[in-house]
Write a protein that binds this ligand. Sequence first.
Ligand code: 5RP
Length: 268
Amino acid sequence: MNGFSKRVSQILRPGTGRSLVVAVDHGMALGPLTGIKNIAEMISRLDATGLVDAWLLTKGIFRYAFKPLNNPGVILRISGGATIAGPELTREGQTATMEEAMAADADAVATSAFIGSPYEHETLVGLARAASECRKWNMPLLGVVGLGKGNEEKKKDSRFIALGARVAAEHGADLVKTYYTEQDFDQVVAGCPVPVLIAGGPKCETDLDTLKMIHGAIDGGARGIVMGRNVWQSPHPEALLAAVHGIIHLGFGVSEAADLLDEKISLC
Ligand code: 5RP
């Protein structure tokens, strides 16, 4: 086993080849969102379940708010530099170095590319450069496919999402995070030569909707989730994690997962 496969095995569970990654990197652009205002507490709560395979976080949170009880994987975000208060959220650049990632003993790094945005070129070149750096260190790269303002409706367009996933892989991503398209998601996966994981986007109306989305993605060939708001904005995040774990790693259907969710809630 080399350093690359050792790190990947900290993210994709060797037994299933899938992963339940919780994303808590939102504050870098969106500030203290509901659910992760007290981010240290939320990380500790969710990590205590033992069900989180890996975390996606920034260097600031890694340093000051990340105190896991278990030994989860760490995906360090190395792009950022833009906020919702600024002129252009897609204008991301490199915000952490490979040395910082190695010093943090990260299992992967993540960088965004905003397909169809004014900063498509810069962010794709940034992803490609990060991939070249990653190769030197046997560090896996998660390509975070973003869409940018005005492209939100494209989230559901499987041809557009397939384009973004493939482009990220072609520029050197070893894993791709993108959006779930209800229709033809299998075509997104089929067109991407590296594992595809889904983000959740804004909170769904119900936890059942979240479970349906995750089940649909796994059914279409996704290798897991890199999800934030739908996990930690749930009224019952620990119970939800148990149900999501069931879908990702135990092959649960939606009703089995929903039953487990209800059972766990009733015990709270
Ligand atoms: C924030 C991100 C998030 O990691 C990503 O969008 C996943 O979170 P969510 O499931 O809440 O969409 O890239 O910058």
